[in-house]
Design a protein around this ligand. Structure first.
Ligand SMILES: *[C@@H]1O[C@H](CO)[C@@H](O)[C@H](O)[C@H]1NC(C)=O
Ligand SMILES: *[C@@H]1O[C@H](CO)[C@@H](O)[C@H](O)[C@H]1NC(C)=O
Length: 267
């Protein structure tokens, strides 16, 4: 799924690079006075330039009565919103009606910007049971209720302009309400040190052993170095001290000797 998206994006990108404009969306929309405001927004945000750089495109257009809800947005938000009204493929009504699935994912110009979060750059187009076709953001939980009303113009297979009943607003796209991904998990209580209290770093005992190995010291409990052992005397430590592996030697000869002695005397 995502691989095919990447491939599709790459193909679209490559195809857009070496293109001279096949059309001028500004000039196209100028012929339709009911889209004057939408046209102005496309021009002001420079989305029109990006549209013109494409070969196959569908513009979901809002007439002057419907553009108000987005016209007041900050310019960068407005640009993102307008970009989600541009589908990176040619769809006229005929082609939309031929879509086999009742719900189809469409890639928009906003996805091509690389800054879309999550599914913000995608639209769903849905065939409703009554026969109408609706568009909406592919973001989870977003409404899919912008109804296809009419084909304004189509130049197969380059550019199609479709009139829709309301703006499509992906959750979080205007920067006001972020999707619920932001807050970090609360449970940052420090991991109990007791569980992570690790034995001393593995390297040190060995290097110590090389450095100050009092060598044969612990071959038998009785031959422990006299330096700090006030006579382990009784023979019982035998069952307390583990077999004298190399690692253990160091421990036994070191600090824990006192503990061994203490244990021995306790037993
Ligand atoms: C569509 O674009 C192609 C390539 O850019 C061009 O040759 C063709 O004339 C265009 N078709 C229309 C109807 O504008
Ligand atoms: C598109 O058309 C508009 C209006 O006619 C014009 O101002 C603009 O320069 C044109 N853009 C290109 C790339 O030709």
């Amino acid at each position: 799924m995502s691989t095919s998206r990447v491939i599709i994006s790459a193909v679209l990108l490559l195809s857009s690079i070496a293109t001279t404009s096949a059309f001028n969306i500004t000039r196209i929309l100028e012929k339709y006075p009911e889209f004057t405001q939408f046209n102005t927004l496309l021009t002001n945000t420079k989305v029109a330039d990006q549209v013109n750089s494409r070969k196959s495109i569908t513009v979901l257009a809002l007439n002057n009565d419907r553009v108000g809800e987005i016209a007041g947005k900050q310019e960068d938000a407005l640009k993102r919103i307008l970009s989600t009204h541009i589908i990176l493929d040619y769809f006229d009504v005929l082609k939309l009606n031929k879509l086999k699935d009742t719900k189809t994912l469409l890639t928009t110009l906003y996805q091509a910007s690389g800054t879309a979060d999550d599914q913000q750059g995608f639209l769903n187009v849905v065939h409703q049971t009554g026969g109408s076709i609706v568009f909406g953001s592919a973001m989870k939980g977003a409404p899919v209720d912008a109804k296809l009303e009419a084909s304004v113009l189509s130049q197969p297979y380059n550019v199609s302009v479709l009139s829709i009943s309301k703006p499509i607003l992906a959750p979080g796209i205007d920067g006001a309400l972020r999707p619920a991904s932001a807050p970090p998990p609360k449970a940052v209580t420090a991991p109990t040190p007791s569980t992570t209290a690790s034995p001393p770093p593995a390297a040190s005992p060995e290097s110590d052993m090389i450095a100050d190995a009092p060598a044969p010291a612990t071959e038998s409990p009785t031959s422990t170095p006299p330096s700090e052992a006030p006579a382990p005397a009784d023979a019982t430590p035998a069952d307390v001290t583990p077999p004298p592996s190399a690692a253990v030697k160091q421990v036994v000869s070191g600090v824990s000797l006192g503990l061994v002695v203490a244990l021995a005397s306790f037993l």
